[in-house]
Design a protein around this ligand. Structure first.
Ligand code: ADP
Length: 202
């Protein structure tokens, strides 16, 4: 029996990536959310906590046994080697957890696994392991409008986040399929996802 289709999903902030992930899930896909998995490793009882305690010291762990994120953010901001050390702890654990989820979902007979992975475009590793990459695209202006509408961030901050992300062109160059989410309603977006679904085995 062939395994599930592995679909990478990416898009800049405010592109509508999370909305598309939810729509694909409604069609029966399972979404593997690398960010959520990563956060779980440093939550209370997370697999990374004993390793972080050993490498960085008790002062980075809160009374609830979770990583003190703000303290660690400051620490790695001042110290690039510490950032590497933290990533060397977390990345393999995230990789293992993703592999385990993938195994369980394949065993459960899922037809399509959607990989919501930050840095998907930048990471050669992920590009190689995926069958297809779906990019949700829109103009920068639309990104800023959407993010400002859903959060209290000023437009200048949103522009900074966009500038720190991979460029629109690089993202489009990595795409097998592009979903153009600009100037369309949420209903029209849902209709487009429905139209694409069969080619993802859904
Ligand atoms: P991302 O995950 O890419 O940051 P989201 O899926 O969270 O983006 O979408 C950002 C915001 O824009 C959400 O509030 C979402 O409901 C809204 N949105 C996305 N696409 C559309 C659309 N086609 N029409 C109207 N609102 C949209």
């Amino acid at each position: 029996m062939p395994g599930p289709l592995k679909l990478g999903l990416t898009g800049g902030i405010g592109s509508g990536k999370s909305t598309v992930a939810g729509l694909l899930a409604q069609h029966g896909a399972s979404v593997i959310d690398a960010d959520a998995i990563s956060r779980a490793t440093t939550a209370s009882q997370g697999a990374a906590i004993p390793l972080i305690r050993a490498a960085f010291g008790e002062e980075f762990i809160g009374p609830d046994g979770a990583l003190l994120r703000e303290r660690m953010r400051q620490h790695i901001f001042d110290n690039p080697q510490a950032k590497q050390a933290l990533e060397a702890i977390i990345h393999p654990l995230v990789g293992q957890a993703i592999a385990e989820q993938q195994r369980q979902l394949a065993q459960a007979g899922k037809k399509c696994l959607v990989f919501d992975i930050p840095l998907l475009v930048e990471s050669g590793h992920w590009r190689k392991t995926l069958d297809r990459v779906l990019v949700v695209d829109c103009s920068e202006q639309t990104q800023v409008q959407r993010v400002c509408a859903r959060s209290a961030l000023p437009a200048s901050e949103v522009q900074k986040i966009i500038a720190a992300q991979v460029s629109r062109l690089q993202r489009l160059a990595a795409a097998d399929v592009v979903l153009c989410n600009d100037g369309i309603s949420l209903d029209e977006l849902a209709a487009q996802v429905a139209e694409l679904s069969p080619q993802f085995g859904l």
